[in-house]
Design a protein around this ligand. Structure first.
Ligand SMILES: O=C(O)C(=O)C[C@H](O)[C@H](O)CO
Ligand SMILES: [Mg+2]
Length: 403
């Protein structure tokens, strides 16, 4: 059997998605997600110019060999563009393997470790009261775990807060990056009040998560982790930028608040020190940005040795293809923690028909052979690419900060 054809589909049903479709000479096809928010077309070019020509004619069943070929064979290893492209190929090939075997992906990985996959969603509000109402709405929908983000007095546009009440949070919009403002002191004074209010209204049973989105220094993160301890967070996410993995050593020395990191990681080398030193509790890399199922399996196995659990990134800027594959992975992986769930728009779900379903705060995996997600190319063609960028952040004096 050979790969006969492969092509990229870019579609924007509400936001941009990049999908790779691989077709075999026996007519079986598989798809993979290659969406890199704000840098979509770089991955398209990487796939079209450098990957697809090398795929045609290869045996689609040799997933590991193809992964090594694309990783080692590029000479230029790692990086989000390269690894998203490799991930898309990898996901599509696992999809094909499942279809050929007549088995859903989770069976290929080793079968079910659980019946359902706990998810968390996002409660956002312009202030604490509005955020609490959103938490209540999510609890009514069955969520056992909710991420809380609220506007901060004195800061105009805060990460994770929807622009208008009732709208979804969507950071990428303008063609060029929007400019946001940031003030660490105001944030640090505000965040513990939000956690306290959530616990007071919802009690101890709800899992409460919070995303700092890389904005603190290690000692500031240590202070926040310490002050959050009475409110027993499920996790504190991305409390510092993680290029310097040693930062987490300092944070860890000061707090027992569980730490999660990794949504911008693209290889096992980005998290090896964090895992081996047990400086984190949850690894949040995604199948799309960290090299696919083949690579993520190695990360999860390493993490399992050190009691680190998975908490896959699952924002709307990863397509239903990534989410579908993640639900299979989550159903199998022994050291599962939680799965992020930011529901896609209806038009996105229409472009990507899938068999995973949300029920009572959990995802339930489907039984369709492969990863269970397809693309309706006719529907996709109705939504042309819309250039969009993620924002940037500046301190009050104009200094560019982490967004
Ligand atoms: O979902 C999260 O935890 C995020 O931090 C979302 C990111 O801002 C988003 O995926 C950037 O593309
Ligand atoms: Mg995040």
């Amino acid at each position: 059997m050979k790969i006969k054809d492969a092509y990229v589909i870019v579609t924007s049903p509400g936001r941009n998605f990049v999908t790779l479709k691989i077709v075999t000479d026996e007519g079986v096809h598989g798809i993979g997600d290659a969406t890199l928010n704000g840098r979509e077309m770089a991955v398209v070019a990487y796939l079209e110019e450098h990957v697809i020509p090398a795929l045609v004619g290869r045996d689609p069943q040799r997933i590991e060999d193809t992964w090594q070929y694309l990783y080692r064979g590029a000479y230029w290893r790692r990086g989000p563009v390269t690894m998203s492209a490799i991930a898309a190929v990898d996901m599509a090939l696992w999809d094909i393997k499942g279809k050929l075997a007549g088995l859903p992906l989770y069976q290929l990985l080793g079968g079910k470790s659980r019946e359902r996959v706990m998810t968390y969603s996002h409660a956002t509000g312009s202030d604490i009261a509005a955020c609490l109402d959103e938490v209540a709405r999510h609890v009514e929908q069955g969520y056992r775990a909710v991420r809380v983000q609220s506007g901060i007095p004195g800061i105009q546009s805060t990460y994770g807060v929807a622009k208008r009440p009732g709208e979804r949070y969507e950071p990428a919009d303008a063609k060029l990056p929007a400019e946001h403002d940031w003030n660490t002191a105001r944030y640090l004074n505000h965040a513990p009040k939000l956690f306290a209010a959530v616990r007071e209204r919802f009690g101890d049973d709800l899992h409460v998560l919070h995303d700092v989105h890389h904005r603190l220094t290690p000692i500031e993160a240590a202070r926040l982790g310490k002050e959050a301890e009475p409110y027993k967070l499920f996790w504190l996410e991305d409390c510092v930028p993680a290029e310097n993995q040693q930062s987490f050593k300092l944070i860890r020395q000061h707090t027992t608040t569980p730490l999660a990191v990794g949504e911008v990681f693209n290889s096992i080398h980005d998290c090896r020190e964090l895992i081996e030193n047990q400086w984190i509790d949850y690894i949040r890399a995604s199948l799309t940005h960290a090299g696919g199922i083949t690579a993520m399996r190695r990360i999860a196995d390493l993490a399992g040795l050190y009691h680190v659990r998975t908490g896959f990134h699952g924002p709307t800027d990863l397509s239903p293809v990534c989410l579908g594959a993640a639900v299979h992975f989550d159903t199998w992986v022994p050291n599962f923690g939680i799965q992020e769930h930011m529901p896609h728009e209806t038009r996105t779900d229409e472009v990507f028909p899938h068999d995973y379903r949300f029920e009572d705060g959990h995802f339930i995996v489907g039984e369709t052979p492969g990863h269970g997600v397809d693309i309706d190319e006719k529907a996709a063609a109705r939504f042309p690419y819309q250039p969009a960028s993620l924002p940037v952040n500046r301190l009050e004096d104009g200094t560019l900060w982490h967004w």
